[in-house]
Design a protein around this ligand. Structure first.
Ligand SMILES: [Mg+2]
Length: 205
């Protein structure tokens, strides 16, 4: 039986907590400043660092230094550029982030620094609003790779889409929706998307 043609699979890949590890340098900055010993494992809820009783001004400064590339945020996995290139050769990869629009150029620069460039590794860099938390899901993508725990509750409203929830200490919520898969590494990203693409009820592209 001939399968019908279907459009190219569109992937939306988040930045912070998925491509870039911004929370390790964040903890490091605060630990140096206040002689504390925080690690990303201590961030057990979204924004739970606000309960560390540290001055909010310093928390803002830490984020600003990281978002403006004054402090280097490392890649979560050194293999990410190779994996993105591979994914973008077969499907359409967009990088989709809720960072502020004015941070766009800094983000392009840090991605470039890590060897991630437009056209080769991704097609578009899309900046979305922070609120509502599901604003990313309104974009025309089939699979989202994200660490934001607020997307978990929203996924049942988008049964045709998938969320690969990148495991982080701040997203340890129970998952019940069928269209969410918790993943623990970038290697799994490739395996799952290849499998999903093969199981589609139509030919890719
Ligand atoms: Mg994120």
């Amino acid at each position: 039986m001939n399968k019908k043609k279907c459009r190219i699979l569109k992937l939306a890949i988040d930045v912070d907590g998925v491509i870039l590890d911004i929370m390790s340098p964040f903890c490091h900055y605060l630990n140096e400043k206040f002689n504390t010993n925080y690690a990303i494992q201590d961030i057990v809820e979204w924004d739970s660092f606000l309960q560390w009783n540290l001055p909010e001004k310093e928390i803002d400064t830490a984020f600003n230094l990281i978002l403006n590339n004054k402090i280097l945020a490392p890649l979560i996995d050194e293999d990410i550029p190779r994996i993105l290139e591979l994914l973008n050769q077969t499907w359409s990869v967009d990088i989709v982030t809720a960072r502020e629009k004015e941070n766009r150029e800094n983000l392009v620069e840090i991605l470039k620094y890590h060897g991630i460039v437009k056209t080769i590794h991704y097609r578009e860099l899309i900046m979305v609003e922070k609120t509502p938390p599901d604003s990313k899901l309104k974009h025309e993508h089939d699979i989202f790779i994200d660490d934001n725990p607020y997307l978990i509750d929203a996924m049942p409203d988008y049964p045709e889409k998938y969320l690969l929830l990148f495991n982080q200490p701040w997203n340890q919520t129970d998952i019940h929706a069928k269209n969410i898969i918790r993943i623990f590494s970038w290697k799994e990203v490739i395996e799952i998307i290849f499998r999903y693409s093969q199981e589609r009820e139509c030919d890719s592209n």
